[in-house]
Design a protein around this ligand. Sequence first.
Ligand SMILES: CC(=O)N[C@H](C=O)[C@@H](O)[C@H](O)[C@H](O)COP(=O)(O)O
Length: 224
Amino acid sequence: MFTLDTLRSTLIVSCQAYSGEPMRDPRTMAQIAQSAVIGGAAAVRVQGLADIQAVRSAVEVPVIGLWKDGHDGVFITPTLHHALACAQAGAHVVALDGTRRTRPDGLSLKETINGVHERTSALVMADCGSVDDVLSAVEAGADIVGTTLAGYTDERAKTVGPDLELLSEIAALNLGVPVIAEGRIHTPEQGQQALHAGAFAVVVGTAITHPTTITRWFAEALSA
Ligand SMILES: CC(=O)N[C@H](C=O)[C@@H](O)[C@H](O)[C@H](O)COP(=O)(O)O
């Protein structure tokens, strides 16, 4: 088992391909994860049970696992069943929806986190969208909170780049729980800004591992 402190001030790379995309294949994601680790990723974040299993076997670094079910509302590891499956697939940390919205299985966030802690050795990362989400997730026993859902719920506007204001507000609360910056970090400088705003670690996904989007950034800039 790893200790959270090993992730302090590090880069975590999210390796995800979406349904119907050419790279949506566990072997491909394992190779992407391996490439990220060679480049310096201290941990990886992976979606789907098959990808969690494949990546867990392929890399030595901690694996943050999640299971997206659907596209709207509570869809990131929405139920205890999904969370336990991620842990059983090998996730060291289970990332789940950490908002205050009603969960599809009717369990509270606290009951869900307790269920993971009681039945597995995995830690829990609560993906939050606001300061109030973070406060309730910490109260519910989350081991890590993330800004993953900032701009994706109706509580905050979607910022261009990371929501640094939210990060600063959370950091100022000194909650004693690591806050991971995640979402729309597209440059190394934005990663540094997130650390300066108080993030414990930084997750980058799209800008490192989603070539279709990166290509579109370039193609659109050239055709503008
Ligand atoms: C909102 C949501 O569904 N976020 C997902 C969470 O796992 C992923 O689609 C993101 O790629 C990930 O959070 C990393 O963010 P970015 O790709 O912006 O660096």
